[in-house]
Design a protein around this ligand. Structure first.
Ligand code: MTE
Ligand code: MO
Length: 435
């Protein structure tokens, strides 16, 4: 039986076996051929507009890989404190800055997760390079198949509305809510955003480059500088993706919310890997290796697996889909006026599918009330919801929201511990003071 590698259970068990036992090529061939066939033609839910050249060619800026010397963060866009919480080389969206916004996260407040500084790339010389043993005639890295920005703009465009979420989103709650020590950026719940991404299907580009039925993994690599982790140079950001997922619903995006990608979000072109861990959505893509055997990088071996007492020493299988989460459009530890009714607003999302229902509690989880969802509700995005609440008296409260997706997955009371603090999906206890 062929197993769909875009199903994370199948993917995890298959890949876990591969790490341990080396690979059975025949098994993998069957996997990729079957899953790829099933995935092809599954729509992105997309709008083909026909006029593919919305953006034209933006002005050139610098050279590939050149660093922007924005002070301290390496982020180009302004980071006003009312929109962002600084997190080292990263910036977290303030959830209160989503209050009153439409369905998507505007680019001016979309979180940024950068291993190193945002590079400014000259689109006139930029090329997308594909190479490897998974393409016909196995082009080498120094003689790849190339596409220009113009080439991509000239191909059939699609739009997908999808969240991108850092795997460590909510990490600080392992400590604040569960008293556990984890390492990594101490995100609150703001390392997530939804945008309308427009670009070319990765499947289209892979096919034009001569995708072979032998291909099993692809590995996109960013043009940002090499990442040095505690003195060790890990090379440029890159993470393998199974061909089955690459062919299913992955976009090579050049627009975000109707405008050319901003530099911080991957200009000129980034991957958008819907529903999966944010690291899969490689920004500033320069090349894509296509391989007839499984690929490895630190981003699928030492990072983005679960480590800790409940996992084998080499960690879980590489993480794929994100879990179910919810957030209130309120400042963390903010204030609400006493003596009147407030409409609590929030958003919920899941990598597993559409969010089916959201329940809210203002009394620590003793009583729950179904929130009213409104607006669009796409599987790869989030759903907005609201619920009126009249605080009974001044004082400190914890607001809880719990979403359930259409696979039945819901938010637990406690998130399973892992040392790197990934996938915090427990019900967050959002503190507010009423006075
Ligand atoms: N080239 C490159 N791609 C990257 C990263 C990076 O540092 N370099 N960070 C990844 C991570 S960990 C996340 S969560 C998302 C964040 O996307 P955003 O900065 O557009 O919000 O980009 C991913 N793609
Ligand atoms: Mo991330």
């Amino acid at each position: 039986m062929d197993r769909d590698l875009t199903d994370e259970d199948a993917y995890e068990s298959v890949r876990a076996g591969q790490w341990r036992a080396g690979l059975s090529r025949r098994g993998l061939l069957r996997l990729s051929a079957g899953a790829a066939g099933a995935g092809l033609g599954a729509g992105l839910g997309a709008a083909f507009t026909g006029a593919a050249r919305a953006a034209g060619v933006p002005p050139a800026a610098g050279v590939p890989g050149a660093l922007v010397s924005a002070p301290a963060t390496g982020i180009v866009k302004p980071l006003p404190p009312e929109l962002f919480i600084p997190q080292g080389t990263n910036a977290e969206t303030r959830w209160d800055a989503m209050r009153g916004q439409g369905y998507v996260t505007p680019a001016d407040r979309f979180f940024v997760r950068n291993h190193v500084a945002t590079p400014l790339i000259d689109v006139r010389t930029w090329r997308l390079k594909l190479w490897g043993t998974g393409l016909h005639r196995s082009p080498t890295e120094d003689r790849p198949v190339e596409f220009s920005y113009e080439d991509l703009l000239g191909m059939r465009a699609e739009t997908v509305t999808a969240f991108i979420e850092c795997t460590g989103n909510g990490r600080s709650l392992y400590t604040s809510q569960q008293g556990q020590r984890v390492s990594g950026t101490a995100w609150g719940l703001g390392a997530v955003g939804v945008a309308h991404w427009r670009g070319v299907r990765l499947a289209t580009v892979l096919e034009r480059a001569g995708l072979s039925t032998r291909a099993v993994d692809i590995m996109p690599r960013g043009l940002d500088a090499e990442y040095v982790d505690k003195g060790e140079n890990l090379g440029r950001v890159r993470r393998p993706l199974p061909v089955a997922k690459a062919l299913k619903d992955v976009l090579l995006a050049y627009e975000m919310n109707g405008a050319p990608l901003p530099p911080d979000h991957g200009f000129p072109v980034r991957l958008v890997v819907p529903s999966w861990v944010g690291i899969a959505s490689v920004k500033w893509v320069g090349d894509v290796q296509v391989s007839d055997r499984p690929l490895f990088s630190p981003w699928n071996t030492r990072f983005y697996r679960l480590f800790g007492p409940d996992h084998p020493p080499e960690g879980s299988a590489p993480l794929t889909r994100m879990n179910v989460k919810s957030a209130f459009e309120l400042a963390w530890d903010g204030t609400l006026a006493a003596g009147r009714t407030h409409v609590l607003h929030g958003r919920s999302w899941s990598g597993g599918g559409r969010v089916r229902s959201v329940a809210v509690s203002a009394d620590g989880g003793r009583t729950w009330h179904r929130a009213r969802t409104r607006g669009p509700h796409p599987a790869r995005g989030w759903v907005r919801w609201e619920l009126p609440w009249r605080p009974p008296a001044p004082g400190r409260y914890e607001l809880l929201a719990r979403a359930t997706d259409d696979t039945g997955a819901t938010q637990p009371v406690t998130a399973p511990y892992n040392t790197l603090g990934y996938l915090f999906g427990a019900i967050a206890r959002h503190p507010v003071t009423v006075k």
